[in-house]
Design a protein around this ligand. Structure first.
Ligand SMILES: [Zn+2]
Length: 208
């Protein structure tokens, strides 16, 4: 246990002198990790895109919806503390994209989309199969996020059942259960919506 000499040396080493990053060995990030703040900060952008006059721009819709999905996915993969309340928070942010999905699904075939490559906005492409591809890709990304959240919720349920009525975070077990039920229901509803969209876009244009 007591190693005279060695213990001192490591603590005096300057962290800035070490250029090698330690990806998984850093201690768990604190509860107030920035990933959730980043996620929240995307909501006003969604509102801007939806409320744009004279009418919302499809390309912006795709962009902000994708950004929200990515920021939610970042939170699930961040590695910082996640409790049932955090999952509710992620789902609440994600639910804000419902209006965008609705708009995109309805207007995908009569609007034009600017396709951006890097910082360049190349051209307006009015191509039904391209739009379909973009819609399906967005749905796929959202679907992957839902799968991640679903898996985390499932693990939390198992952990809670195994440990009986133990508190998780600051919430009592019954509240955690309600939160996880809400998350599961929200996921199920989105999955239904995505199935509708996928079926619609899959059938609309059989030849690729
Ligand atoms: Zn985080």
């Amino acid at each position: 246990m007591d190693q005279s000499g060695d213990g001192r040396e490591s603590s005096t080493s300057d962290p800035l002198a070490d250029p090698i990053a330690l990806p998984r060995q850093v201690p768990p990030t604190p509860k107030n990790c920035q990933c959730k703040v980043n996620m929240m900060m995307n909501i006003p952008k969604l509102d801007c895109a939806i409320q744009e006059t004279p009418k919302p721009q499809l390309d912006k819709m795709f962009k902000v919806t994708g950004d929200v999905i990515h920021s939610c996915q970042d939170s699930t993969r961040c590695g910082c503390y996640l409790g049932p309340v955090d999952l509710v928070c992620i789902m609440t942010v994600f639910e804000q994209t419902a209006a965008c999905f609705d708009y995109i699904a309805k207007s995908s075939f009569d609007g034009t989309i600017k396709v951006g490559i890097g910082n360049y906005c190349v051209s307006k492409i009015d191509d039904a199969s391209l739009k379909r591809m973009l819609v399906l890709d967005l749905v796929k990304q959202a679907d992957e996020l839902l799968d991640s959240v679903s898996e985390i919720a499932q693990n939390m349920s198992v952990a809670q059942n195994e440990h009986g009525f133990k508190r998780m975070g600051r919430s009592p077990a019954c509240l955690n259960q309600l939160n996880l039920d809400y998350v599961r229901e929200a996921i199920a509803n989105f999955k239904k919506l995505f199935r509708l969209i996928t079926d619609f876009f899959g059938e609309k244009d059989p030849k690729s």
